[in-house]
Write a protein that binds this ligand. Structure first.
Ligand code: ATP
Length: 722
């Protein structure tokens, strides 16, 4: 990579467009004081992205812009454009020529352009760091700044050396990684905070979900219990109904039959069946009495006839004596017969009167004995007939009486049966009433069952399965009652769970836990990238460390050489030092009080110290050096730094100002040495230095305050410089 040219436009005293070309490895810039030479060195700083206005002798961006003079009006902007030959692709851009341009406007806004395209400052810095053109500007040594490397703090010095060693790119990377790590940490804290914020709600939702799940379990338990209960109930109702039907059949049938029988018996009993028999009996008894009367009359008549006959005989005897014995015997026989027969007192009285009359009377005149005997015979015949008739009647009465008696027996049986039937019927009726009561109870139970089925359907949001086959043991009804109570208790618990819109809660829980999981993943991802970044930082730190230590070793060799060359002996070296530093933000109270310092407040800072030993002198400290010695020491160090990792170009603004003639020559030799590896731009008043330059530019400033550039020859340069 080679520096081709720089073009200044409106930059400081370069009001007009001015271009310097660097066709030689050593370019000298000469000119009188105040002509604008240092502005050229600053234009390099400017275009390379320098942010410190102070290092460019300004307070703000505007100070970089041509401020105008009586002759030339001020500019609106300042721009500097640097052109590199990039044939070797030292800059990681696929262009043979790379131009970097910075523009500053009066409002302080800066533009950076890479081959004409707007880019960020960072892009410029990164690109340049690849080519070992760091932003610390170790390769641009401003006027009077040569011993900056000596006056700097060990930490600043370390930074300059890191820059010179080309470690800036690694530092950039590490800073970038650290920035990313910070950002990642920030993101992690944010995500963690969001996640933390989410936790109470998530916990609440989880509680709700648990409740819902419990309620769900309760509902399932309820469904099981309902299914079992309802199936059993259905079975019970079915069986009970069938049982009632079966139990009812026989009694109902018997009841109906008994009803008919009772009606029949009642009808039978209400008939006056005994009337006919009774009147017949009355008639027969009347008939008996009539026959008895006839018999009496016949006996009386017969008695009369016999008396007449006895009178006839007495008369015959009176003629012969008293009443014949036969006649008395006949009378007695008749009395006995009469007594034995009807026992009729009247007939006996008639008989007795006749006998008395026969004892005292004589037979009446009129009828003959024969007539009387005929009549007697007739009467006896009648009497026999009557006696037979009487006998007949008597037996008829007896028979009828018996008949009537037996009839009475029969109706008594019917009554007995009727009573028995009625008793049985009322027994049956109470049985049937019992069955009816059970039937009504069953009907109520069936109603209740239907209601329970409806309720279950509502509670379970589905019609419960009831056709489940349950082993229906003949258990007491109380078992179902127990089940019903358990169901009631479950219903209460379910109601107490009191979850309104569970689907919404579940949805929200799903969403929230998904969000939580997402955040957790995010956190894990961030943690992973943080780990990677930490790894990268560690790696870069190690690289930096080794390269730095290695670089210091190499610089030391060169430093020693240059130092010896400059001073004709002596020794010089760099040393890495570790300094304990109070961390920024650590308690002020601890300051200056080492014992009380906490480890956490202390930071180990690595720096670089310089130690030198002048030949033939006992000078050890840098502060003891003369101005010239300081200049020589710093030049030796700057050159040593440049040798280890040569930058593409080095700008030295009057670094040689303090050198005497002998040292100027040594300086000149070293410059030629240096120019083999880096392009040199030397702003100088030193003739020795000028003599080493391949190209010399003279800068002049007229009364218009504008710096002007001209190519000059060595002799001209000597004149211009003065
Ligand atoms: P020396 O040899 O004394 O170091 P020099 O050649 O390095 O001098 P510079 O310091 O580069 O000179 O130039 C300083 C000149 O630039 C001053 O005259 C100053 O007025 C001028 N100058 C600086 N900034 C501006 C600006 N913004 N507008 C106009 N002129 C400016």
């Amino acid at each position: 990579m080679r520096l081709k040219s720089i073009e200044l436009s409106g930059f400081k005293s370069f009001a007009k467009k001015t271009q310097l070309e660097f066709g030689s490895s050593i370019t000298g810039v000469v000119g009188p004081n105040g002509s604008g030479k240092s502005n050229i060195a600053e234009s390099f700083r400017f275009v390379l992205g320098e942010q410190s206005m102070k290092s460019m002798r300004g307070r703000r961006g505007e100070d970089m812009i041509w401020n105008g003079s009586a002759a030339v009006p001020r500019a609106g902007r300042a721009s500097v454009r640097l052109v590199f030959d990039n044939s070797d692709r030292a800059l990681n851009l696929d262009f043979d020529e790379v131009s970097i341009e910075r523009v500053v406007h009066r409002d302080g806004v800066n533009d950076y352009l890479l081959n004409g395209s707007h880019v960020r400052l960072r892009d410029v810095a990164e690109l340049l760091s690849q080519a070992n053109i760091g932003s610390s500007g170790h390769h641009i040594i401003s006027q009077g700044e040569a011993d900056r490397v000596l006056t700097a703090s060990s930490r600043e010095r370390r930074e300059m050396i890191e820059d010179a060693l080309g470690l800036t790119a690694f530092l950039y990377k590490r800073e970038e990684a650290e920035r990313k790590l910070d950002k990642t940490g920030e993101n992690m804290r944010e995500v963690a905070a969001v996640r933390r914020e989410l936790q109470p709600h998530l916990k609440f939702l989880m509680g709700q979900v648990k409740k819902i799940e419990q309620a769900q379990a309760l509902r399932e338990e309820l469904a099981d219990k309902y299914t079992d209960y309802l199936a059993r109930e259905q079975q019970y109702l079915k069986l009970t109904r069938a049982q009632l039907m079966a139990e009812k059949g026989e009694p109902e049938h018997e009841h109906a039959r008994l009803g008919e029988r009772i009606n029949h018996l009642r009808q039978e009993l209400s008939k006056k069946r005994d009337d006919v028999g009774a009147s017949e009996l009355v008639r027969l008894e009347e008939e008996g009495r009539t026959v008895a009367k006839k018999q009496e009359a016949a006996i009386r008549e017969l008695g009369g006839i016999e008396g007449e006959l006895r009178a006839h005989a007495t008369l015959a005897k009176e003629q012969g004596g008293t009443i014949a014995l036969s006649e008395a015997r006949s009378f007695a026989e008749r009395v006995v017969s009469e007594l034995e027969g009807s026992g009729n007192l009247a007939a006996l009285i008639v008989l007795a009167k006749e006998f008395l009359r026969r004892l005292t009377h004589t037979p009446s005149a009129g009828r003959t004995t024969e007539e009387l005997h005929a009549k007697k015979h007739e009467l006896e015949k009648d009497l026999a007939h009557l006696r037979a008739q009487e006998e007949q009647t008597r037996s008829a009465v007896a028979k009828l009486r018996q008949e009537l008696e037996s009839q009475k027996d029969m109706s008594r049986d019917a009554e007995r049966e009727l009573f028995a039937a009625m008793a049985r019927r009322s027994e049956l009726e109470s049985t049937l009433a019992g069955l009816r009561a059970r039937s009504e109870l069953l009907a109520r139970e069936e109603e209740q069952y239907k209601a329970e089925l409806r309720e279950a359907a509502v509670l379970l949001s589905r019609i419960p399965e009831t056709d489940v086959q349950v082993v229906f043991e003949d258990e007491p009804r109380g078992a179902q009652e127990d089940r019903r109570r358990k169901i009631e208790r479950l219903k209460i618990r379910l109601e107490e769970a009191g979850l309104g819109n569970s689907s919404e809660v579940l949805k929200e829980h799903a969403e929230t836990s998904e969000r939580d999981a997402f955040l957790a993943r995010e956190l894990a991802d961030l943690e992973q990238s943080a780990a990677k970044l930490r790894e990268l930082i560690e790696e870069l730190t190690k690289t930096l460390e080794t390269r730095f230590v290695d670089g210091i070793d190499k610089i030391n060799i060169e430093f020693e050489n240059f130092f010896k060359l400059m001073f004709g002996g002596g020794a010089a070296s760099l040393a890495i030092v570790k300094e304990k530093k109070l961390k920024r933000g650590a308690s002020e109270a601890h300051e200056g009080d080492d014992e009380e310092l906490q480890d956490a407040d202390i930071e180990i800072e690595e720096g670089v110290d310089i130690s030198i030993a002048l030949p033939h002198k006992r000078v050890k400290g840098l502060h003891m050096l003369s101005g010239g010695e300081r200049a020589l020491t710093s030049i030796a160090l700057i050159f040593a730094m440049s040798q280890v990792n040569p930058p593409p170009f080095i700008i030295l603004d009057e670094t040689d100002a303090a050198l005497d003639e002998a040292n100027s020559r040594r300086y000149g030799d070293m410059i030629e040495n240096l120019a083999r590896k880096s392009q040199l731009i030397l702003i100088t008043h030193n003739r020795e230095t000028m003599s080493r330059a391949g190209i010399l530019y003279g800068i002049t400033m007229g009364s218009d305050g504008v710096s002007k550039l001209l190519s000059v020859k060595f002799e001209e340069a000597l004149a211009v410089a003065k």
